[in-house]
Design a protein around this ligand. Structure first.
Ligand SMILES: *Cc1c(COP(=O)(O)O)cnc(C)c1O
Length: 822
């Protein structure tokens, strides 16, 4: 033991990795940890034993990573996110520990098929979509580029719902991902904290209590208990910790109630605590205005901050040096209440004066903005905030008075600009603006693509940006190539290694060397063969899952992402209806056989999104049964889109649909995954598509539609969709067919309202972009007919996407925001 209570353990000796040793280890785990012999073992038992064998090696590396003392490491990163969309971990961990091939051989020697047991691992879906997946990619990249980091979040019992399609409609079912236990996690009861809610605030007692020092007496308390999951980086160099909190009732109170005979009261209390971390809010790009959501946000922010501060003080004695050792990144505003919580800890628990507390807070936090959509900007009614967090309400007011004081003193703001800077929205019912709180409490505020960052400066944060002109910066998103190329597409990975060697495995930018093969017809053939095999695999899966017959020779045109009007699945479906009409009218033309695949979940309360899913199914039924377009056009909605489904669909795509209304998609990361797997993109100049065009070259991407500026101008001029529809025969026909019930004879009025919305206001500019989109699709058709040219462009996409690795993104965060040199 050293003085700080840390035991230096002997560093584990490296284990041997070969199939024979591994097979022995698996059988040993099966016998002694699961208690079965090989003959009696079920597939789930094998999976469990394999994970334990991989996990032991991850733990070896974890121990080495955490042996580096705090002093040696300098600053650590704490990534606070209400969502981590992890997916399966077995293949990821085995691959990063460089034991995947040996594991496969070991299992084969035991008569077990690795693919069969891998498919049994639950897909950990503790997130809705892109934001949560980004957090998962970042965890892996931080470990890979050697950034010491903790991820903090919530261990939801029920993560993202499982989507079934019944009669074409989305049905939401609970996904019990913990049903078979979770061998990756470790419960750490000794690191539990109390979290308070409600109650009252009294002035602090004692002679040296400062004027800002208060004592909060919460009326309600729950316990936050952490579960740690080790996250291994590439080649197992570093293993970081993902710490997820679970809410538990405080036992003594329960015991008292039980002893006093109030069994129902005790149960209610217990349920109330546990319900805190039961469900993930199924909302993407919409603010979930529920008390439980605010409770979740405070619960995990407070637990994480208590943990960070406890650890800091244990090592360094004083909270005043916190910013030198801790960089806390807020993934969107969901953890923004952490700004007020750190202030409370500094002011009330440590007696720091207000000015210094505010300085420490701002040097510690940084904030990532993920959306400009007004309906997605979080704010909480003041009465609710005050009732749940009375002390934090006072602190928000105190910060606000300082902030508005600074703004007024600068002399550059009108009253309405001061109103926009305020942490309190005074229009209508008074609300606490979490975006403004996060902005004010951070030294860095970043957007997630160049375009999104530029727009941030002139929209939501225009006035705050004027007050603090150096705070906003850009960090374009990325994805981890380990999962999104090497693991999900072993065929392509093998082909690339054959061509350019292994350097790209460690340096994604080295994919550039593949440019030299874009024109090589031998390489093109192999490239097309790999794509074809991936398409056949997807086709097989869809036959099993939804009984679809899909010809792998067709062009696979894929749009998979959350269903949202701004993402414009509707534009894609309307174009499909128009194409269907054109094929029937002109059967003599040389049509390209095309399969349009859709996938994605709709928020359960989002009526139009659910209707769009139904429409995709209705159009699919009509088109797929019409002999006139047999072999030329097919549509299929793929149920329950999640990380595991993405891993099969993306490597099989020829065409990637990234067609959001310009200015509305902050970055997108699906767009990046497709391109690095050799799909061509059809897309608008939105989010990271803009930078993708710059990297892959404008000849290798199909861009259409209004720019963000043009969307703005059109709206300002008074956009009249009815006129646009009047000028496009194809669009008018397609819309009218949908509205008149051609695709919904069982309920002819089903889509009247949806289509009427396009005629009346068309918020998402479907009509404005239709002709341009349709022309771009015909350009895609023409290109498909020249297969070598298509292959060449696809190869250029793979070669030039290296910059979109999340390793690059993390290095930028480390250098510019966290000031860490890994
Ligand atoms: C990458 C990913 C997303 C984000 O997709 P976008 O097209 O960027 O919206 C959402 N869900 C899953 C499962 C993903 O893997």
């Amino acid at each position: 033991m050293n003085l700080k209570g840390q035991t230096k353990l002997p560093i584990p000796a490296p284990r041997q990795v070969d199939p024979e040793v591994l097979a022995h280890e698996i059988v040993e785990r099966l016998t002694y940890r699961i208690g079965k012999n090989a003959a009696a073992a079920k597939p789930h038992d094998w999976l469990h034993a394999v994970i334990l064998a991989i996990r032991d090696r991850v733990i070896d590396a974890w121990i080495i990573s955490t042996q580096k003392t705090y002093e040696e490491e300098g600053r650590r990163v704490y990534y606070l996110s209400l969502e981590f969309l992890i997916g399966r971990l077995m293949r990821d961990a085995a691959s990063n520990m460089e034991m995947l091939d040996d594991m496969q051989a070991a299992l084969a020697s035991l008569g077990v098929d690795i693919d069969i047991i891998a498919a049994l691992e639950p897909d950990a879906a503790l997130g809705n979509g892109g934001l949560g997946r980004l957090a998962a990619c970042f965890m892996e990249s931080m470990a890979t580029v050697d950034v010491p980091a903790y991820g903090y979040g919530i261990r939801y019992v029920n993560g993202m719902f499982r989507q079934e399609i019944s009669d074409g409609w989305q049905v939401e079912l609970p996904e019990n991902w913990l049903a078979h236990g979770n061998p990756w996690e470790f419960e750490r009861r000794e690191a539990s904290y109390e979290i308070g809610f409600g109650g009252r605030v009294d002035p602090a007692e004692g002679e040296d209590a400062g004027p800002h020092q208060m004592r909060w007496r919460p009326a309600e308390r729950v316990i936050a208990t952490p579960y740690d999951t080790p996250i291994a980086g590439w080649r197992g160099k570093r293993v970081n910790t993902l710490r997820l909190w679970e809410a538990q009732p405080i036992d003594p109170i329960l015991l008292d109630k039980f002893n006093a005979g109030d069994h129902l009261g005790a149960l209610a209390e217990s349920n109330r605590a546990e319900s805190l971390t039961r469900v993930l809010y199924p909302a993407d790009s919409s603010a979930a205005g529920q008390e439980l959501r605010l409770r979740q946000e405070y619960f995990f922010s407070s637990a994480s901050l208590q943990d960070i501060v406890r650890r800091h003080i244990q090592y360094f004695g004083s909270i005043l040096t916190l910013p030198d050792k801790a960089a806390i990144q807020l993934n969107d505003t969901h953890p923004a209440v952490a700004v007020a919580e750190l202030m409370r800890i500094l002011l009330d628990d440590h007696g720091v004066d207000f000015a210094e507390a505010w300085d420490i807070t701002r040097r510690t936090f940084s904030y990532t903005n993920h959306t400009l959509l007004p309906e997605a900007l979080e704010s909480w009614p003041v009465p609710l905030f005050e009732r749940l967090l009375p002390r934090h309400m006072q602190i928000v007011y105190a910060i606000n008075s300082k902030l508005l004081g600074e703004a007024r003193k600068s002399g550059q703001f009108t009253d309405s600009a001061i109103g926009a800077i305020s942490l309190i929205d005074e229009g209508g019912d008074r609300r606490v603006r979490m975006g403004n709180l996060a902005f004010a409490g951070s030294h860095s505020v970043n957007g997630v693509s160049a375009l999104h960052t530029d727009l941030m400066k002139v929209t939501v944060f225009a006035d705050l940006h004027k007050l603090y002109p150096t705070r906003i910066n850009n960090k374009t998103n990325g994805v981890t190539f380990r999962r999104w190329l090497m693991q999900c597409n072993p065929g392509l990975t093998g082909l690339i290694r054959e061509a350019i060697g292994d350097r790209f495995l460690d340096d994604p930018e080295a994919l550039r060397d593949l440019d030299a093969f874009a024109d090589d017809s031998g390489f093109q053939e192999k490239f097309v063969a790999v794509k074809r095999a991936n398409k056949a695999a997807l086709s097989d899966l869809l036959r099993k899952r939804v009984n679809a017959r899909i010809d792998p020779a067709a062009l696979f045109d894929i749009q998979i992402k959350r269903i949202h009007e701004y993402k414009r699945q509707l534009l894609n479906i309307v174009e499909a209806v128009s194409l269907y009409d054109q094929i029937r009218s002109h059967p003599e033309k040389d049509w390209v056989p095309r399969v349009k695949l859709f996938g994605g979940k709709a928020a359960s309360s989002y009526h139009n999104a659910k209707l769009i899913i139904k429409l995709a199914g209705d159009v699919a039924r009509a088109v797929n049964h019409d002999p006139a377009v047999q072999g030329l056009l097919k549509l299929q909605f793929v149920p329950n889109y999640n990380v595991s489904m993405a891993e099969v669909m993306i490597p099989a795509a020829d065409l990637s649909e990234q067609i959001s209304t310009a200015g509305m998609e902050a970055s997108g990361t699906g767009n990046m995954k497709f391109a690095v797997n050799g799909a061509l993109t059809i897309g608008t100049l939105d989010g990271a598509n803009v930078e993708m065009r710059d990297h892959v070259g404008e000849d290798n991407i199909v861009i259409f539609g209004l720019t963000a500026q043009e969307v703005n101008d059109r709206r300002a001029q008074g956009y009249v969709p009815r006129e646009v529809i009047g000028q496009s025969r194809e669009l008018g026909q397609a819309l009218d067919a949908i509205a008149s019930g051609v695709f919904s004879p069982d309920d002819p009025d089903r889509y009247k309202g949806l289509v009427q919305g396009i005629y009346d206001h068309d918020w998402f500019m479907v009509a404005a972009d239709f002709d341009s989109y349709s022309a771009a699709q015909r350009q895609v058709d023409a290109l498909w007919l020249d297969q070598p040219l298509w292959a060449k462009k696809a190869i250029h996409n793979v070669a030039r996407m290296g910059w979109f690795s999340s390793d690059r993104t993390i290095r930028e965060y480390a250098a510019d925001i966290w000031k860490i040199t890994p």
